[in-house]
Design a protein around this ligand. Structure first.
Ligand code: NAD
Length: 260
């Protein structure tokens, strides 16, 4: 099968990232998987994509909470697939606490993974994108990059910051065939949100479905979680020809959450 431009998707061993990887592979892109998974898990995911979609695949388990880890990820990607013309900054972590009690390590970890890694990777991949006059950067921010919730100081700061970074990348590269955009999901059906649903079901003695509606409906007028594949399809669209004039945008996929 003819391969389209290689795409590096951070945090693609699970959840939204893996859904993006599958969508991009289905469309014929060579895919660099990445995340904190074992070599065996990485092998398994690569095998799935190669078999199902007949595309080239690589995997890196570099810890991108440091600049050196980001450099390692780029080296692993170049070795496996060559220069990625598409970068999807998706890896992210969460920790919730009142600001007055927020631990320093959690603040620094969230800023490092959710924001600084996107900066390091974009900075170091841009020269090659500029050399070919084509590139796509898609940053998976969050509705928490647009509005705030309590107990999420670090996450909201990082996700708002990621949108600011996206806008600068868009301006600096507007005449170079490179676009940069942010996607801002509300609730997405990933393993990440199940514990919160289970906890509501337990404490209020209601069934899982009612708990899910309650969790999601508390913030989203449209009380249904987005499927990870829907984020994948939007990323694919942003990487396609029809999106060549969409740049610097922050696109909510949030059931109306940020419209309020
Ligand atoms: P997830 O926990 O399923 O996946 C996170 C990925 O990041 C995993 O592959 C993990 O290995 C990787 N990762 C975490 N720390 C890392 C590190 N130090 N180094 C390398 N990789 C690391 O999460 P998800 O729900 O799929 O979220 C993906 C992105 O979408 C995140 O940026 C998240 O903030 C954002 N998001 C999620 C939701 C939601 O409701 N699930 C909503 C809005 C935004």
């Amino acid at each position: 099968r003819e391969q389209k431009q290689p795409v590096l998707i951070t945090g693609s061993t699970s959840g939204i990232g893996f859904a993006i990887a599958e969508t991009m592979a289905r469309a014929g892109h060579a895919v660099m998987l990445h995340g904190l998974a074992s070599p065996a898990q990485g092998e398994d995911l690569q095998r799935r994509l190669r078999k199902e979609y007949e595309v080239s695949c690589g995997f890196s388990s570099a810890d991108i909470s440091s600049e050196a880890g980001c450099a390692q990820l780029i080296a692993d990607t170049r070795e496996a697939l060559g220069n990625p013309a598409i970068l999807v900054n998706n890896a992210g972590v969460q920790f919730t606490a009142e600001t007055s009690e927020f631990p320093t390590e959690q603040w620094q970890k969230i800023l490092a993974i959710n924001l600084s890694a996107a900066f390091f990777l974009a900075r170091d991949l841009l020269p090659d994108m500029r050399a070919t006059s084509w590139g796509r950067i898609v940053n998976i921010s969050s509705v928490h990059g647009l509005v705030a919730s309590e107990r999420k100081a670090a996450y909201c700061a990082a996700k708002h910051g990621l949108i600011g970074l996206t806008k600068v990348l868009a301006l600096e590269n507007a005449d170079r065939g490179i676009t940069a955009n942010a996607v801002c999901p509300g609730w997405v059906e990933t393993p990440l949100i199940q514990p919160q649903i289970d906890s509501i079901a337990r404490t209020q003695e209601i069934d899982t479905e009612a708990a899910r509606v309650q969790l999601i409906g508390a913030k989203q007028p449209l009380a249904r979680a987005t499927k990870p594949e829907a984020i994948g399809e939007l990323v694919l669209y942003l990487c396609g020809d029809f999106a060549s004039t969409i740049t610097g945008a922050s696109l909510p996929v949030d059931g109306g959450w940020s419209a309020q």
